[in-house]
Design a protein around this ligand. Structure first.
Ligand code: MGD
Ligand code: MGD
Ligand code: MO
Length: 754
């Protein structure tokens, strides 16, 4: 790969994990925390009496395991438990205009927010405000809107079940279903696609299934960075001989080989375990075609008389198999090969491995969902599993890797813009009011309403909405159209600084900190990727005595906004058991909620497919066809397909550092990963600065300058970091069915910068 020396670009040849991971953890601790506190704090991660790791949503064995080492979990914790502070003095010394010139990395690295702050236009600074004055200002503004639908209630997936549920009840009693959330940008294709296919919008496997599976097909996720605790599981699966097939346009080191920092032999001998048995590199956006190819190959063997389908499962538990199979029989291999970027041979080999396995799990992440056909992609993965009855038996099922540590729980307790008649009936019974019967705004619809001046208030329960969303030009302008933005946050970010008329920053307690209310010390609860609900209790002294918990702030806003509220807000926040009682009353699946979270490990929410029960209109699992896209949806022939990625030193819009160790990038983020042959075809050299522009109809102007770097990535595909590349993705470039922005299939043109 290119011999030219480029500053900050060095091939990384070691396995993922290992000593490098230990060194990186030590560095994070030294930079952010008091060294003496860190070991004790990290030991409290994911223990029955400790707090849930804010890093990812991968479950822990019964939450009783001994300390599971995880570099990026440690970064998430030390970033929150930092000793750095953003005080009123800090704000007095920096105007908002000045702060806007700083990078996302610098903004958050100033430390934890300590006081409620309000924007003061005269001085262009944030100044302190008393909590009650902040609530009164929010209440007055919300009550003054011509319609409740001019307010938007955004949730980022770190919020607890308790906070998210109160937020749900507050906004609905106020009178709107406008619930944009980070899930709209993440697994919405799962939330929309899986219920149509298998009757539930969640994964169906538990951690135990990984002990029994024979084959894992891992599609479009990068666990070495984003689900690091999953590496322990994959490492175990690989060592006991389970087959792991990876579909990913980029060669990701942790999926190739991994040295487990908990394994003394691997550490002492500098050895590692190969993870992927075979690694296939489809082109970006090629997964649906690849999955169709695999299914076509399975069907060809079945049609030749081989016993490769679970015909009993298909007959008893599925619907529309015949038309689905017929469509695949008719599909042309040439088209599938072209659209997937894989050879027919490769797809046939995967099919062969699939029919050999009697228990298969498909795991997937953003590489499958963030496409203009994300919902179809997810449904093809679901269908592949149906062919051999891979639901409701040990070692089998579908496993979407959720993002934020409680994003799945937020959905379960009602963060959705969709009308949910069952929930609305129960809310009416429990609280005595009925939510409005109009569909609310998701993330993209919210930003459109903001950009067009139809939305005037945005309340953010965490997150960095305008930076996370596509189309930064439009999104940043949208923020500036608001009458009031309210940010419940731990750290300062760019969304706080894009001010319209008025803005408030309300500093919250983090997961790691203890939360004391009138009724004593409180626990919150979260749901992981595998539907396990458990308690989490912080252990640290709060970063400032002025912080409030998220439930308490939501209640404060509600009381100031709804003087006639039917909800006993003060009673609910005095003791969070009272909130959980209400959650249970609205969502009966939480039966005995308070009793069951007091047991170590918590409890699992019911999932139909694990019992082979299908909550679809037909009462069966549905085969849903994803025919090839129409020609008009295809990018121009000379375009390349851009995908956007997380680096190893990043948590979404939070940038911990500027390295992406496993991809060989150090101290910078302004790179474009390109296949060597594509570089040559473009007449661009490794290290050249290029201009990347969007190649969608009428979208030629969104230019970004990056340094082209030769990388092991599928031909025709290029990759850059999120959020820097977000402006290249137009707001209406999203999955038609789920609204998920197509962050991972943006057609682009590339030219050498003159
Ligand atoms: N440390 C850390 N942990 C995190 C996060 C973080 O930012 N940092 N974010 C959290 C959140 S909210 C989420 S949603 C998850 C995200 O976790 P992932 O889903 O792993 O996230 P991404 O980095 O977006 O990249 C996904 C992978 O998809 C591949 N890919 C890109 N395009 C395609 C494609 O078209 N097809 C296929 N098959 N693969 C493709 C990329 O090469 C990459 O390996 O992680 C969560 N955990
Ligand atoms: N191009 C591109 N864009 C993407 C993606 C992509 O892959 N490519 N991924 C998308 C995905 S999967 C997601 S989930 C979204 C993420 O979108 P968001 O969830 O909105 O973004 P985050 O960066 O996770 O939010 C970071 C902020 O959350 C606040 N925060 C941290 N912890 C807490 C807490 O405990 N409480 C509160 N109240 N605040 C807290 C801090 O102030 C921090 O600045 O981005 C999406 N955007
Ligand atoms: Mo996410």
């Amino acid at each position: 790969m290119g011999n030219t020396r480029i500053p900050g670009i060095n091939r990384y040849d070691a396995p993922a994990g290992g000593w490098g991971a230990l060194r990186a953890t030590a560095k994070a601790v030294v930079e952010q925390m008091r060294v003496a506190e860190a070991p004790g704090l990290l030991l409290r991660l994911n223990k029955p009496d400790g707090f849930d790791c804010p890093g990812c949503a991968w479950p822990d064995k019964d939450h009783t395991s001994t300390f599971q080492f995880c570099e990026n979990g440690a970064k998430a914790v030390t970033w929150e438990a930092t000793k750095k502070r953003v005080t009123p003095e800090f704000f007095a010394a920096h105007t908002v205009t000045e702060l806007l010139t700083q990078s996302d990395y610098e903004l958050e690295n100033h430390g934890r927010l300590t006081h409620p702050m309000a924007y003061d236009a005269a001085s262009d600074t944030y100044v302190p405000i008393a909590w009650d004055d902040a609530f009164a200002r929010i209440g007055a503004t919300l009550r003054g809107l011509a319609s409740p639908d001019m307010a938007e209630f955004y949730t980022s997936g770190r919020a607890s079940n308790e906070a998210a549920f109160l937020f749900n009840i507050f906004a609905r009693e106020y009178g709107t279903n406008n619930f944009p959330d980070c899930s709209n940008m993440c697994h919405e294709a799962t939330s929309v696609g899986l219920p149509q296919a298998i009757g539930v919008g969640k994964g169906t496997v538990s951690l135990d299934d990984f002990d029994h599976c024979e084959l894992i097909i891992a599609i479009g996720h990068n666990p070495g960075t984003n689900h690091p605790r999953m590496m322990g599981t994959l490492h175990e699966c690989a060592r006991r001989g389970a087959t792991i097939i990876v579909l990913n346009p980029l060669k990701e080191r942790a999926l190739e080989r991994f040295a487990d920092p908990q394994n003394p032999i691997e550490m002492m001998s500098f050895s590692a375990t190969p993870i992927a048995s075979t690694y296939h590199q489809p082109k970006v956006g090629g997964d649906s075609a690849a999955l169709r190819g695999i299914m076509k190959a399975v069907l060809e063997r079945a049609d030749a008389g081989e016993d490769v389908l679970d015909r009993a499962f298909i007959a008893e538990h599925t619907h529309r198999f015949e038309p689905f199979a017929e469509e695949l029989r008719q599909a042309s291999w040439d088209e599938i090969v072209f659209a997937s970027g894989l050879t027919r041979d490769a797809m046939t080999q995967i099919a062969d491995a699939y029919v050999r396995s009697s228990a298969t799990i498909i795991t997937y992440g953003m590489g499958l969902t963030q496409h203009d056909r994300g919902t179809h992609n997810v449904q093809q993965a679901a269908a592949l599993l149906m062919l051999r009855g891979n639901y409701g038996k040990p070692g089998a099922g579908i496993c979407p890797l959720r993002g934020h540590s409680n994003v799945q729980g937020n959905r379960t307790v009602g963060i959705t813009e969709k009308i949910d008649p069952v929930m609305f009936d129960n809310v009416e019974k429990v609280f005595g009011f009925r939510p409005p019967n109009v569909h609310g705004h998701d993330a993209v619809a919210t930003m459109k309403a903001m950009a067009e001046g139809r939305a005037k208030v945005l309340i953010c329960l965490g997150g960095n909405f305008s930076v996370a969303l596509s189309d930064s030009d439009v999104s940043f302008k949208g923020m500036r159209n608001l009458d009031l933005a309210v940010h419940l946050a731990t750290k300062l970010n760019r969304s706080h600084l894009l001010i319209g008329k008025d803005a408030l920053i309300l500093p919250v307690l983090g997961r790691t900190e203890f939360d004391v209310q009138a009724g004593g010390v409180q626990s919150i609860t979260v749901e992981d990727s595998m539907s396990m609900v458990h308690a989490s209790r912080g252990k640290l002294k709060p970063a400032s005595e002025h912080l409030r918990s998220e439930p308490a702030i939501v209640a404060g806003m509600a009381m100031a906004t709804l003087p006639e509220s039917k909800v006993d807000w003060a009673g609910l926040i005095a003791d969070y058991d009272a909130i959980r009682d209400k959650i249970e009353a609205v969502y009966p699946a939480f039966r005995d909620y308070n009793a069951r979270i007091r047991k170590p490990g918590g409890f699992r929410l019911p999932l139909g497919p694990t019992e082979r029960v299908w909550h679809t209109p037909s009462g069966k699992a549905e085969f849903i066809t994803a025919a090839m896209p129409e020609d008009s949806a295809l990018p121009a022939p000379d375009a390349l397909m851009l995908t956007t990625l997380r680096s190893h030193d990043q948590y979404n819009t939070t940038i911990y550092g500027l390295d992406d160790r496993y991809r060989g990038v150090f101290g910078r983020r302004d790179v474009l990963f390109v296949n060597e042959d594509d570089l040559e075809a473009l007449g661009v050299a490794h290290g050249d600065v290029v201009e990347v522009s969007t190649a969608l109809r009428g979208e030629e102007h969104r230019c970004l300058r990056l340094t082209a770097v030769a990388h092991d990535i599928a031909r025709g595909s290029v990759a850059a970091y999120y959020p820097e590349a977000n402006n290249l993705c137009p707001l209406d470039h999203h999955d038609r069915q789920s609204g998920t922005p197509s962050y991972k299939s943006i057609p682009v043109r590339i030219v050498r910068a003159g």
